[in-house]
Write a protein that binds this ligand. Structure first.
Ligand SMILES: NC(=O)c1ccc[n+]([C@@H]2O[C@H](COP(=O)([O-])OP(=O)(O)OC[C@H]3O[C@@H](n4cnc5c(N)ncnc54)[C@H](O)[C@@H]3O)[C@@H](O)[C@H]2O)c1
Length: 351
């Protein structure tokens, strides 16, 4: 059976979704939709998608769609995904799952109630090294996990290697809470929180400080540039480990560096997604501990999130990421903001 898919929101990131779904066997992109007039039509032509729409409900009414990929701006994830769910359509949603924890929980509850399959595009799980790191920790290769240091570093507020943030729309909504942005935390911190909890385990408590630095410009059009640029979070994991997680857009020299080191009482792992294989994941265990030697780890290929979503629809089985998991990561985001508002107070996360 061919899985019939649609894309909702046809901006920058949607191109990656279209290219991947056009490559995956057993699925077909049948429609796309964007609220900006003409944008979905141009996208449909570019990616050879038969139908395009400017209204999601019309698309769901007119097309026979099994699954939709929601790639709108963050604030529109909840209404877009809930519209799909109401129409009985399985949903893959971009990260962060929603703009608020309440919306994320509503999305998870509605999908569960209608027995629909869900997926959150936590794309750093696409790396075989990430999957291997989680496997090694779960298998006890590092022993008891004690200490974690993780970071997601970007530099686009300083560097123009990705274009000028003053003029590009895709940067603007990331800079303004009025656009529904949770700043660097919602944009990339969400990946780091997912990565850390996927590899190490769920967070029990956290404390966070956040900063919105002076950029020389306070507003672009009606949008005040008030979203956070830099965040430092301290985590107590449920398994007893402690750690710090950093994320910023001011990290000169780092276009997009995602890394985590995990230290246990029998060894350590060092995952850096900037480093090419076989050095993406390195281990220091056994006899190497006394010599402080790190060995590269071979990581067999693993399916990416797009393939996992298609496979879950083909097998009618929930895949590795779900709206429940997305809502848990959303709780980390929301409690980080609450902690930051209370000068970094330690907060217990909801069960
Ligand atoms: N997983 C990743 O690594 C990754 C990377 C980049 C972006 N993202 C996420 O992808 C999403 C899109 O980011 P982008 O960079 O493509 O942004 P973008 O601004 O380039 O595109 C967003 C598109 O959504 C459309 N849109 C807004 N509201 C809509 C609605 N209600 N219905 C239909 N379309 C709507 C806009 O018109 C725009 O075309 C964001 O949630 C972002 O966080 C994820």
């Amino acid at each position: 059976m061919t899985i019939r898919l649609a894309i909702l929101g046809t901006g920058g990131m949607a191109n990656g979704h279209a290219r991947r779904f056009n490559d995956i066997k057993g699925c077909k992109l049948v429609a796309c939709c964007d609220i900006v007039p003409g944008r979905a039509r141009a996208f449909a032509e570019q990616h050879k998608i038969p139908a395009s729409y400017e209204d999601a409900n019309t698309m769901f009414r007119k097309e026979k769609i099994d699954g939709v990929s929601v790639v709108t701006i963050d604030k529109a994830h909840a209404p877009a995904a809930l519209a799909a769910i109401r129409n009985g359509v399985h949903v893959m949603c971009e990260k962060p799952l929603a703009d608020t924890l309440a919306n994320a929980r509503r999305m998870a509850a509605e999908a569960r109630r209608r027995k629909l399959l869900t997926c959150v595009n936590f794309s750093y799980r696409n790396s075989p090294a990430t999957q291997k790191a989680a496997e090694l920790v779960a298998a006890g290769k590092l022993g008891r996990i004690l200490h974690v240091e993780g970071s997601y570093l970007q530099s686009w507020l300083v560097s123009h290697s990705w274009g000028d943030w003053h003029t590009k729309e895709a940067f603007l909504w990331r800079l303004s809470t009025r656009h529904g942005s949770a700043g660097t935390l919602g944009d990339i911190g969400v990946h780091l929180y997912d990565l850390a909890s996927f590899v190490v385990g769920d967070f029990a408590e956290l404390s966070s400080i956040q900063k919105t630095f002076d950029k020389g410009v306070r507003k672009i059009g009606p949008y005040v540039l008030d979203a956070n640029d830099s965040v430092v979070t301290t985590v107590r994991f449920k398994n007893g480990a402690i750690g710090t997680l950093h994320t910023t857009r001011w990290a000169t020299g780092h276009a997009n560096t995602v890394a985590i080191r995990v230290y246990g009482d029998k060894g350590a792992l060092d995952l850096n997604l900037d480093r090419p294989a076989p050095d993406t994941l390195r281990l220091c265990t056994g006899k190497d501990i006394d010599k402080n030697l790190w060995q590269p780890v071979k990581c067999p290929p693993t399916p990416d999130m797009y393939q996992r979503f298609v496979t879950s629809l083909q097998k009618r089985k929930q895949g590795q990421t779900s709206f429940e998991g997305g809502a848990r990561v959303q709780s980390y985001l929301e409690y980080s903001a609450r902690s930051a508002a209370r000068q970094g107070a330690f907060l217990k996360l909801p069960a």
